[in-house]
Ligand binder design. Sequence first.
Ligand code: UDP
Ligand code: MG
Length: 334
Amino acid sequence: MARQEAMRERNRQGTPGVPKGFVMGSLISIVVPLFNEELVISQMYRRVTEVMAGIDLGYELILINDGSRDKTVQIARELCRTDSHVRLISFSRNFGHQAAITAGLDKARGDAVVIIDADLQDPPEVIPQMVEKWRDGFDVVYGTRLKREGETRFKRWTAAAFYWLLRKLTEVDIPPDTGDFRLMDRRVVDVLNRMREKNRFLRGMVSWVGFRQCKLEYVRQERLAGETKYPLKKMVGFALDGIFSFSQIPHKVSSVLGFLCAFLSFCLILFGLVEKFFYSESVIPGWASTFVAVLFLGGVQLICIGIVGEYLGRIYEEIKDRPLYVCDEEVCDD
Ligand code: UDP
Ligand code: MG
């Protein structure tokens, strides 16, 4: 009820950028990033449409074609032509999953926005429950994976290790086993749209925003068709974005290692002095200890330079201040 009151208030005030005559307080935007998804897009459209037809709210389906090289864009154009709920934004090349979601959030006009993958791993049938919770007054309803159907043991383990590390390293409370499948209220989306950082880890950014958040458990399905667009290299890059964008701890680890090395060498100096004054013969042959010390310190220094480099690279990306994505085509009904 509180939600409906807030919507009414927003209607009275009007929202900048929303076309005249557009009825507020009744629209859900569904954002779907697409990268080479010709095998699943039609089925995804059918299931989302069915689900949304059962909800007493208006909706728009925003498809973001992230530089697909297959027939995705042709199918999406056709959907736009035949169904006025569908809008399409096409990038000039592949900018990545997080950039695609960002474009969807930028263009969404709804009072709430749902982000969902195209491959139906996140079942659209969960959306009505998310809407229910939103109506109860929650600003963010994020889907938490109860089980992951059809994912390799390797992916499950690495995901678990990553979420564990992320929770240990960051101050922001990023919920485990949570992807980008979520519903967000307009005021959360407005804050996110002001956060233009280049290395985007959206699920962390949403946690950072705050407001009233709750989880909704669901079983993550197997990919309907096609293969994952997140090979190991991309996954590692994404994990690093999560850690370096939300934590200063790796940076501090270098100082800790420095102190540790200094302490170790101090102990060795003491040991050397004792040996020199109290024993006539050398216990340590000499060269081994020197080599170990040199290699150890060299390793530690390289690690620390690497960590500093990670942050420096990210600062460089930020100051270049390039747009997060480039649109090639936009098909809407207005
Ligand atoms: N995706 C995208 N750009 C990319 C990679 C992926 O828009 O560069 C989309 C993809 O089409 C899908 C979603 O992001 O809708 C999630 O990708 P995927 O299912 O391949 O990832 P996984 O579920 O295997 O982690
Ligand atoms: Mg998937």
